[in-house]
Design a protein around this ligand. Structure first.
Ligand code: ADP
Length: 690
């Protein structure tokens, strides 16, 4: 799964929103619970008080029957008529009352409990057969009132007109309990009984009467009218009231879907169990016939103390649901807009908090890209401010550290350069020393050989010369043989010169240190050179440094050195050219030999003190680069008649004088030989042994 990257602003927003959402959710749920439970509690509280009012109205109705019976029983007419058995007086009294007080039955019994007159059914008489807690107690002087369930036959006997109101067909509705009987054959009555006393207060009989509740909706409508007048919802009465005979609606203003009163329908099993079996109130939501009601039920207890029915009041649940819904909607809307404002605020705050972090990120990227001295301006006095401060400090320290590293690098590079240069110089010194060593070894070997050869040749040559001179003296000049003798003597001279050179080379001759006037030596050589080689086409120029004093050295040896150099220069210009001889004074310490080739640029080339530099420059053929390193070797020559000893001898002499000899040449253009000699003469130990 690829790593998803979430910006910090998003995370901060989520971080703020999660607790906000949880808080909103908790508020919402708590609010919902409080609103709903409060509304339900209010509704239930209302139906509870409504039920109390309904009970009062129900008791009032009983009280009314009670009053009628009580006051009639106290009437002296009733006692007198009962005592005398005046049937017509009883009829007049009771029938009138039955009609005027809207009772369904009104009977009078004598002291023995025999029914003397039934106002609802005057033809019927006979013994009283109902509950012992009713009329028998009245005969004992008590006033009794309450509810009573009377079987169909007894009702018919009391008042035949009631028979058709008793019968109620059971109708099944959703959620109602199942009832085995399909029809109700008994009636529920509000009854009262009171003693009939004569003038002396003796109970002479009892009067009892009642009204039947089956199919009589006056009481429930009265309850509804008093409790719920004009309380409507969607064009329908919201409040209802019912009287149950056991579980059956016998009087109600709850309507069935057809709009008719739902008489004959049943209560739910739940309500039945609680109210009729457990004899407790039931307050809560109940599905009544075709809709949900906030309902309150309480049992109706008869004179025998048995639960024989229930009194019900209820309000349609929909209005409450509606209020709940609207309140929830308003509350939800408030929370929703609150949440929106919260989201906007948290986004705003997150953005503000994340801005310096993003800036830091950008700056860090710029620093990583090589930018330096970047600073972030954050003035918040919190962790982000601290972070910005640390970043600025880090940036500054980084710049400083880098500068230090750069400085170190520069030093290091400088040191490496110096060390490399030293190494190169040391290498060159090594090469040069090695070459020097080889040259010295060669010189030693050649010197020894040359010394031996010269020594062996010298004696025979002395004999040859002696004899040749004797021969020259003996042969007259006009003799044709005198020319041969002359040739012998010239060749002997040549051989002696070679032998002398060889001996010089072998250092058989020792330095004779004295004063040597370089200018005079050079002038002398240039003056005589024409005798040795033709100077045709060659121009000679001199450039001597003024005030160049005599130097300490062997004048003969130095003459030989410069003779060699000037002779070589002239020989290098067979077709003519320019020969320039110059001197100059150089001073200082550790200077390098000017014009020396790279091989000679060694520490050895650095000389201390005051020196004289003599250069011999020609515009001749020059020296091939590959030969430059060899010209100072003995017997190296490119000339047909050359000995290759001139430069090697010169090299040795200059070295012995504590000086240096160097060459700079360009083939086809010319050559410059430079000789550097100490003005004060050779330092001790400067001599190089051959
Ligand atoms: P030689 O003159 O007998 O050859 P040197 O030792 O004097 O012996 O010279 C060695 C070689 O150096 C010469 O053969 C020549 O090739 C070269 N040489 C010396 N001086 C010059 C010069 N001025 N111009 C060109 N080549 C030179």
């Amino acid at each position: 799964m690829p790593d998803r990257r979430f910006p910090i602003r998003f995370k901060l927003t989520i971080g703020a929103l999660v607790p906000l959402s949880v808080a909103i959710l908790v508020c919402w749920l708590t609010g919902l619970y409080l609103i709903n439970s409060r509304i339900v509690a209010q509704a239930q509280e209302k139906v509870r008080t409504d039920l109390n009012s309904a009970r009062e109205l129900y008791l009032n109705e009983i009280e009314h029957v009670h009053d009628v019976v009580k006051f009639t029983g106290r009437s002296p007419h009733a006692a007198a008529a009962l005592k005398t058995g005046d049937a017509s007086a009883l009829r007049t009294l009771l029938t009138h009352l039955l009609q005027s007080e809207q009772l369904d039955f009104l009977d009078i019994v004598d002291a023995r409990g025999q029914v003397v007159f039934r106002a609802g059914n005057p033809g019927q008489a006979g013994p009283y057969r109902w509950s012992r807690r009713f009329v028998p107690r009245a005969l004992k002087g008590w006033e009794v009132s309450g509810t009573m369930v009377i079987p169909f036959q007894d009702i018919q006997q009391e008042n035949p007109l009631l028979a058709r109101r008793v019968d109620i067909q059971v109708l099944a509705t959703p959620q109602s309990r199942a009832r085995p009987e399909k029809a109700e054959r008994s009636g529920m009555f509000l009854v009262a009984a009171a003693p009939v006393r004569d003038g002396s207060g003796t109970v002479v009989g009892a009067l009892y009467g009642g009204t039947m509740l089956n199919n009589d909706n006056r009481l429930v409508d009265k309850i509804k009218r008093i409790l719920y007048e004009n309380v409507q919802f969607e064009g329908r009465d919201a409040g209802t009231s019912t009287i149950f005979l056991r579980d059956l609606r016998i009087a109600t203003n709850v309507t069935s879907p057809g709009g008719k009163r739902a008489i004959g329908t049943l209560m739910s099993e739940q309500v039945h169990d609680r109210v009729l079996l457990a004899r407790q109130k039931w307050i809560g939501s109940a599905f009544v016939v075709d809709d949900w009601y906030v309902s309150a039920y309480e049992p109706i207890i008869d004179l025998d103390g048995e639960p024989v029915g229930a009194l019900y009041v209820g309000m349609l649940k929909k209005p409450y649901d509606n209020i709940k819904f609207r309140l929830n909607l308003i509350y939800g809307g408030v929370l929703f807009f609150g949440a929106l404002i919260g989201i906007a605020l948290s986004w705003q705050i997150s953005s503000r908090l994340a801005r310096p972090v993003r800036e830091l990120e950008n700056l860090a990227r710029r620093v990583a890209g090589g930018e330096r001295e970047v600073r972030i301006e954050v003035n918040s006095r919190d962790e982000i401010g601290d972070l910005a401060g640390e970043f600025n400090e880090m940036s500054r320290a980084l710049t400083q550290r880098e500068e230090e590293v750069r400085e170190l690098n520069r030093d290091l590079e400088q040191k490496v350069r110096e060390r490399t240069a030293q190494l190169e110089e040391n290498n060159l010194l090594l090469v040069r020393t090695r070459e020097e060593l080889i040259r010295v070894e060669k010189l030693v070997a050649v010197g020894e050989l040359a010394a031996g050869v010269a020594h062996e040749i010298n004696n025979p040559m002395a004999i040859i010369r002696g004899n040749a001179e004797l021969l020259q003296m003996a042969v007259p000049p006009e003799d044709p043989s005198s020319e041969e003798v002359e040739i012998i003597l010239r060749q002997v001279c040549r051989v002696e010169r070679i032998v002398a050179n060889l001996l010089k080379f072998a250092r058989q001759e020792h330095r004779r240190m004295g004063k040597a006037d370089l200018g005079a030596i050079l002038d002398e050589i240039l003056g005589q050179i024409g005798h040795q080689v033709p100077l045709t086409g060659i121009t000679i120029s001199r450039d001597y440094a003024p005030g160049l004093a005599e130097i300490a050295g062997d004048a003969d040896q130095l003459r030989q050195v410069f003779t060699n150099l000037i002779l070589n220069a002239v020989q290098a210009m067979p077709d003519g050219g320019a020969l320039r001889v110059s001197t100059r004074k150089v001073r200082g310490s550790g200077f390098e030999v000017p014009g020396s080739n790279s091989k000679l640029k060694t520490q050895n080339s650095k000389l201390d003190g005051d020196f004289c530099e003599i250069s011999v420059a020609d515009t001749g053929v020059g020296i091939a680069p590959e030969d430059t390193g060899q010209i100072f070797n003995p017997f190296f020559t490119t000339k047909t008649g050359g000995t290759g000893l001139g430069l090697s001898v010169s090299y040795g002499i200059v070295k012995e004088h504590g000086g240096r000899i160097s060459v700079q040449s360009t083939p086809g253009e010319g050559t410059v030989f430079r000789v550097i000699l100490p003005l004060g003469g050779a330092p001790a130990g400067a001599a190089v042994a051959p």
